[in-house]
Design a protein around this ligand. Structure first.
Ligand SMILES: Nc1ncnc2c1ncn2[C@@H]1O[C@H](COP(=O)(O)OP(=O)(O)OP(=O)(O)O)[C@@H](O)[C@H]1O
Length: 229
């Protein structure tokens, strides 16, 4: 589903590569934690998958497509098939839960009947039934992240990328967030999650890919977080 072949990324005006000859394969339906110290290249990896950045060398395939050959015209189509969740939720503050989720489908032109059917289903999947009419500022951090996950998943993406999704959430609430991500993964969606949250990684026992200075230093199935950063 995601295939990096000898990928190197050096940002402009930087002499050290953010990713340094990285090769990795993530299969359809996998759940992968991306760990490593701050600045090790985790977000860069996610940005490359979305074609928000281009590698200096190496090849990236996502869902069988060679990103180097993907025209600018086709990039939005790729991104529609990849859901994203961030540390800071990024909800629309003046729309309620239902509208935040529905908006993701409206902007890609889905019919109103379809939206009315699937949005309540996804709100229930993330455990927010009964809260569809709440505004973001009437929700806890954990609930806001659930809305963000509903929005990322409502279009049934083939891949969900999560960049520190539990970074702003207390440990007890994070467990609930991980249950939702696990539920999403069980529908067949490939999940890649960049995180510093050792407790979460240790409790899930999923594949762990560890980056250090832009290089993969560990790739372990049913792994743990590793040393403290
Ligand atoms: N837009 C940019 N321009 C220049 N350098 C960048 C840019 N984005 C990231 N970098 C550099 O690339 C390296 C990798 O950064 P990246 O954000 O991928 O790390 P990270 O592992 O996600 O870190 P964190 O855990 O702090 O989010 C760092 O040295 C960073 O300073």
């Amino acid at each position: 589903m995601i295939h990096f072949d000898n990928v190197t990324k050096v940002y402009q005006n930087q002499n050290r590569p953010a990713l340094d000859h990285v090769s990795v394969d993530v299969d359809k339906g996998e759940f992968v934690f991306l760990v490593g110290p701050s600045g090790s290249g985790k977000s860069t990896f996610l940005r490359l998958v979305l074609k928000e950045e281009r590698p200096n060398s190496g090849a990236i395939h996502v869902a069988g497509k060679d990103l180097a050959r993907l025209t600018n015209f086709k990039v939005p189509h790729l991104r529609r098939r990849i859901g994203c969740v961030f540390q800071d939720f990024r909800l629309l503050p003046n729309k309620n839960v239902y509208e935040n989720v529905a908006f993701a489908l409206e902007v890609i032109g889905k019919p109103r009947r379809f939206i009315r059917k699937v949005v309540p289903e996804v709100i229930e999947l993330v455990g927010l039934e009964g809260k569809a009419h709440r505004m973001p500022d009437e929700l806890s951090g954990g609930e806001q992240q659930r809305v963000a996950m509903a929005r990322a998943f409502v279009n049934r993406p083939m891949i969900l990328l999560a960049d520190e999704p539990t970074g702003n959430i207390d440990p007890a609430t994070s467990i609930g967030i991980m249950k939702v991500l696990d539920r999403i993964n069980r529908t067949g969606t490939t999940v890649v999650m960049a995180t510093h949250d050792a407790a979460i990684v240790d409790s899930m026992r999923k594949r762990v890919v560890e980056l250090e200075d832009g290089k993969i230093v560990r790739d372990q199935s049913r792994g743990v977080y590793g040393q403290a950063y």
